[in-house]
Design a binder for this molecule. Structure first.
Ligand SMILES: Cc1ncc(COP(=O)(O)O)c(C=O)c1O
Length: 392
């Protein structure tokens, strides 16, 4: 009997410990973990630098209120600002909080320049920005919003199509009261679908033209997962606001909103807050994650290894054309799209000691740690090959 609420369909397996790319179950089995907490453990399990950082900090100071200056948070914000488009950073604890706070920043900006009615956010229908009330209505998915009315107002929706035109009738959807467009740079839950660079450029162009803001949700695809520190970097555009979470904490709960100077001007004292946001433990871990990941050599390695993995996966697609429909994604946010429901396939991978997770459109999502080794990728490929061969 479990006293946990039934909002998850949990698998009957638990783990005792993890090391790098592997998880060890309480009944003594070893799994190759290509879920990594859904793109959270960017450096794998128990990375020695992260273990050291949390051990040292936990002996000094666990928590102080944001009423005081927190040097570890100042350090991290400075590091992020120096290395990215951001001028300012605001910390919170999760992805949904970061996307909600991003919406607040956008609305507050227009309020602060005397346009309070400019407050609507245009999002992709059936995208994913988290599970808070505003975030589910931002995604507009029937499945996520059903039973959670009344509807949170303030969101409009556009379609994102896999084929061209990707954003049909986008211009028409932008109204006088639209404040921002908010999209995931790579749709993660939606099936590992990158928004092509050309489309990102188009979004930026339209936002400039209409004098509205561009929010790129990099909660899942950011922090090196795409092979660039941010997935949008490849397109050479700059967003106004970027929510992040997951990978920046390497397994420690943290979220943040990155913003440029223009929009940050609206966030005066009292406009937002979070008891735990900027917690010293979270800050030192994220500082260490930044130090490891934000290096050209590290990111080049993600690119090199992920290219290798894609090329091998595409070989498997050619070998099993009746099972694998498409290989999607970028970097280590990989989707193996099947012709049929993926649950059985994921179960078979797990029976063969490879952990993966589902995404929309019959997609098996594969999320190795960013520092995964080539022999571990080969091990995963072998398992996928075997499961494809047995799969009917
Ligand atoms: C793109 C995106 N935004 C927001 C979220 C919500 O993050 P969290 O579960 O930490 O609230 C997720 C989580 O999967 C996500 O993938």
């Amino acid at each position: 009997m479990s006293y946990l609420a039934k909002n998850y369909n949990r698998k009957k397996i638990s783990f005792k410990y993890g090391k790098g790319s592997y998880l060890y179950s309480i009944n003594g089995k070893k799994y190759l973990d290509f879920v990594q907490g859904i793109a959270v453990n960017s450096l794998g399990h128990a990375h020695p630098k992260l273990v050291r950082a949390i051990n040292q900090q936990s002996k000094k100071l666990w928590h102080v209120s944001n009423a005081f200056t927190i040097p570890e948070g100042e350090n991290l914000a400075k590091k992020i600002a120096k290395k990215t488009f951001a001028d300012y950073v605001m910390f919170c604890n999760s992805g949904a909080e970061a996307t909600e706070a991003s919406i607040k920043v956008a609305r507050r900006y227009f309020y602060s320049i005397g346009k309070p009615k400019k407050n609507r956010i245009l999002c992709i229908k059936n995208s994913f920005h988290g599970r808070t009330l505003a975030a589910i209505f931002a995604s507009g998915s029937k499945k996520m919003t059903e039973g959670f009315g009344p509807k949170v107002p303030g969101f409009d929706h556009i379609k994102f199509k896999y084929s061209k035109p990707r954003f049909p009738n986008l211009r028409k959807k932008i109204k006088k009261n639209t404040a921002a467009i908010m999209v995931e740079t790579i749709l993660g839950e939606g099936g590992c679908v990158p928004i092509p660079d050309k489309c990102l450029k188009y979004l930026r162009k339209i936002c400039n033209e209409k004098k509205i803001l561009l929010i790129l949700d990099e909660v899942q695809c950011g922090i090196g997962r795409s092979g660039d520190f941010f997935a949008f970097e490849q397109s050479k555009i700059k967003p106004d606001i970027v929510p992040i979470a997951k990978g920046i904490g390497g397994g420690f709960p943290i979220g943040a909103v990155l913003m440029n100077k223009k929009v940050a001007a609206g966030m005066i004292p009292g406009t937002h807050g979070s008891t735990f946001g900027g917690n010293p433990n979270a800050m030192v871990v994220a500082n260490t994650v930044m130090d490891v990941i934000h290096k050209k050599s590290f990111l080049n390695n993600v690119k090199k290894n992920s290219h290798y993995f894609y090329s091998q996966l595409n070989k498997l697609k050619n070998k099993f054309p009746e099972t694998i429909k498409e290989i999607r994604g970028r970097g280590f946010l990989i989707g193996l799209q099947l012709y049929q429901d993926q649950s059985k396939f994921i179960k078979k991978l797990m029976d063969n000691k490879l952990l993966t997770i589902r995404a929309a459109e019959n997609t098996v999502r594969i999320l190795p740690p960013l520092n995964v080794k080539k022999n571990e990728l080969d091990q995963a490929l072998k398992i996928i090959d075997k499961v494809c061969a047995d799969f009917k």
